[in-house]
Design a protein around this ligand. Structure first.
Ligand code: DX5
Ligand code: ZN
Length: 223
């Protein structure tokens, strides 16, 4: 019997960008398990955020793993830069390059954890051929690009299917988009064990309380 641990990953997309260092420090103190960094290029998704130099600048503000979600394409050229900047987990979308298997193994060859992100329209079967090369699977519960969107309920079934595929492997199942106390309960019931949340954590100044509310809402089943 192994017990999965629930991890909370605040997305700094919803933080105050003028005070990002302080914000990263504050969520770390408030109990974050990962620091989720959303990287967008205005091409793969219709929004632009930040690059490797930000990750490097923010790295000293937290001792928690930096969970870097790359929504950029083509992605391969930038992976080494993010690894050198201090990313610990680097997550890519299969649509963001020609050879997802090569990309995931390249991330691992740099000593980093490799994540595979599934858009709402991406079938979970894409996992099958690369499952031995991933440390984390991210099920997007909104279409990527913006914080504050509404959770897509049909993703619950996909989360269950991904959990089944993971089986007894030690792969984290992360969900991202529209996570609040209500949806946290549902996604963890379906097998998610890492909750990304932007709006629900940064909606007011009490990050500690907001993180604990999500932690209490999440139910982790023993398997
Ligand atoms: C969306 C990003 C998410 C986003 C989540 O493309 O990947 O990480 O910040 O934001 P909320 O929690 O506000 O839906
Ligand atoms: Zn994200």
């Amino acid at each position: 019997m192994t017990k999965k641990t629930l991890k909370i990953a605040p997305s700094i997309l919803s933080a105050d960008f003028a005070r990002l260092g302080d914000e990263v420090q504050a969520i770390t103190k408030a109990g974050a398990d990962f620091i989720h960094v959303d990287v967008m290029d205005g091409h793969f998704v219709p929004n632009i955020t930040l690059g490797p130099s930000f990750v490097k600048a923010l790295r000293p503000f937290s001792d928690k793993p930096f969970d870097v979600h790359l929504m950029i394409s083509p992605v391969d050229f930038y992976i080494e830069d993010f690894a050198k900047s201090g990313a610990d987990i680097i997550t890519v979308h299969p649509e963001a390059g020609p050879h997802i298997h090569r990309t995931l193994n390249f991330i691992r060859s740099l000593g980093k954890k490799a994540g595979l992100a599934l858009n709402p329209g991406t079938p979970p079967d894409v996992i099958d051929c690369v499952i031995e090369s991933v440390d984390l699977i991210l099920v997007m519960t909104v279409n990527p690009g913006f914080g504050g969107q509404k959770f897509i309920p049909s993703m619950l079934e996909k989360i269950k299917r991904v959990r089944d595929k993971i089986g007894s492997r030690s792969i984290d199942l992360e969900v991202d988009g529209g996570i609040d106390s209500e949806t946290a309960k549902k996604v963890t019931e379906c097998g998610a064990n890492v909750l990304v949340a932007g709006t629900a954590i940064f909606k007011n100044a009490d990050y500690g309380k907001n993180i604990s509310l999500l932690r209490q809402a999440g139910i982790i089943h023993e398997n």
